[in-house]
Ligand binder design. Structure first.
Ligand SMILES: *Cc1c(COP(=O)(O)O)cnc(C)c1O
Length: 479
């Protein structure tokens, strides 16, 4: 049809990959969710001295497929409820393949005009969908981690610039110290962003939260009164245990009264803005100064996709843009290098563009609402089984459970151990996959629903796995 030679080895390798992909997807309902093959076996299969001679692409791909068999976690299945990991919707997978084949360097419009324009459109669509300020600038990053780095680089520029300090030129040696007041339940990616930007984790001050993880207004007010200027305030849109949202309506105006820059970690939670049912949770979030969000979690695009938004687009551009004589800039086009931390980069706008087109506004909202509904059902139904304690009812798509050791006089340590054993037993069953955490000093199991594929049968089969394991006299590993 397009003149590709049937015997062309690129075509042959791609056809093998295509068929293997279809088989993989067709088998999702049956595959064990935890990877059954262990570290040693994978090293034995895959590890070998670097070969001197090459191999045909077909042979390489066939061998890769067979050697990785059993070492692939079923996070693409609807029965995966660990961490916060989405799947991939069909249009996004297909667009991601084309992104690889087109192999555009999405640093500049001139290296990939369609890629640059697609990113422009995606940025506008996302602001609309997530109800962020229409004039905010944006960047498509590798994930929320680098979206934090991008946003906080803009914050650092703006805050020090107000004091006459040009941080891009003068660095941080001798600069006025920046203080960061942060929700004490924040994600670790905040710490890493602060480290990478040279602000130092010592500059972070914990702000007290409620049990669910919402910042207490009085605690923020007091922290601001005592804080050195300049100040960044870090708020959460979606606590990763409970899905709780900071009270943006109240907290952002307080922070702004102290001239603080407000950054929001909206990794997965900001998607609530797309839903009529859950949108009230993010009220006032649009008044913040910057937002970091993930595409590869709840939008269900393949990995390598986050979004940074900055209200002060000048600060954003000043913090990141670079000009060199050998680069070709189009005067009217948007060059991604002006907004992104990377230089050469993947044209990662294509999968998001495809995902938003496939789902539409309604499809995104339905996916978000469906995941929230299933998170509630899982917490309610597993929580109703004997010996299970509901620790946090989902506010959106995250909840927390705990498993109690049934022996009389069992201690908190016994319950902690029991919780980890139940999580491991469910994973070993291959039927579902959940992950553990420590929360308010106790071992707990998180319930996290982010995959568009998760359906009623997946939820029922997960509940059934717990029913069976809790009814059995002994858990594997118990003596
Ligand atoms: C996953 C997550 C991050 C980090 O996002 P990456 O895409 O993994 O870089 C940040 N914050 C929260 C709340 C998260 O759940």
């Amino acid at each position: 049809m397009c003149g590709l030679d049937d015997f062309d080895s690129t075509g042959a390798a791609l056809r093998i990959a295509f068929n293997a992909s279809l088989c993989f997807l067709a088998n999702l309902g049956r595959m064990p969710v935890a990877a059954p093959v262990g570290l040693t076996a994978l090293r034995t299969r895959l590890g070998r001295p670097l070969p001197d001679e090459g191999t045909s692409p077909e042979a390489v791909i066939l061998e890769l497929i067979s050697n990785c068999e059993g070492g692939i976690v079923g996070s693409a299945t609807g029965r995966f409820f660990g961490w916060v990991i989405g799947g991939s919707i069909p249009a996004a997978i297909a667009a991601d393949w084309l992104t690889t084949v087109w192999d555009q360097n999405a640093a500049l419009h001139s290296c990939g005009p369609a890629a640059a324009v697609v990113e422009e459109v995606v940025g506008e669509w996302l602001k609309d969908l997530l109800r962020l300020p229409p004039r905010a600038s944006f960047a498509l990053t590798t994930g929320c981690q680098m979206a934090h780095v991008t946003c906080l680089a803009a914050a650092r520029h703006a805050l020090l610039g107000r004091l006459g300090w040009d941080v891009e030129r003068m660095g941080l040696n001798g600069a006025p110290p920046i203080q960061i007041l942060a929700n004490n339940q924040r994600h670790g990616s905040i710490e890493r962003a602060v480290r990478l930007l040279g602000l130092g984790t010592q500059s972070i001050v914990d702000v007290a939260t409620t049990r669910e993880g919402r910042i207490q207004t009085t605690a923020l007010d007091e922290a601001l009164r005592n804080a050195a200027i300049p100040t960044i305030v870090l708020l959460n849109a979606g606590d990763f245990h409970t899905g709780a949202f900071d009270g943006f309506d109240t907290l952002v105006p307080i922070a702004h009264r102290y001239d603080a820059w407000v950054h929001v970690d909206g990794s997965f939670g900001l998607w609530a803005s797309s839903s009529l049912r859950h949108g009230h949770l993010t009220a006032g979030v649009d008044t913040a100064d910057s937002w970091a969000i993930d595409g590869h979690k709840w939008l269900n695009v393949p990995f390598d996709c986050g979004y940074a938004f900055v209200a002060d687009s000048q600060a954003h551009r000043d913090a990141l843009s670079h000009r060199a004589t050998y680069l070709t800039h189009h005067l009217e086009a948007r060059d991604q290098i002006d907004w992104n931390p990377e230089w050469s980069r993947r044209a990662r706008g294509f999968p998001t563009y495809a995902a938003l087109r496939q789902l539409g506004r309604q499809g995104v909202a339905e996916m978000i609402e469906r995941c929230c509904r299933y998170a509630s059902i899982l917490v309610d139904e597993i929580g109703a089984l004997p010996g299970v304690e509901i620790m946090a009812i989902p506010i959106i798509n995250q909840g927390v459970l705990r498993f109690l050791d049934p022996r009389p006089g069992a201690s908190d340590q016994d319950h902690d151990r029991r919780t980890d054993e139940v999580i491991a037993a469910v994973a070993a069953s291959g039927k579902a996959f959940f992950t553990g955490s420590s929360w308010h000093g106790r071992r707990v199991m998180r319930v996290s629903v982010c995959n568009w594929r998760t359906g009623e049968r997946d939820v029922e089969s997960a509940i059934e796995a717990f029913r069976t394991i809790l009814a059995s006299k002994q858990l594997p590993g118990e003596h």
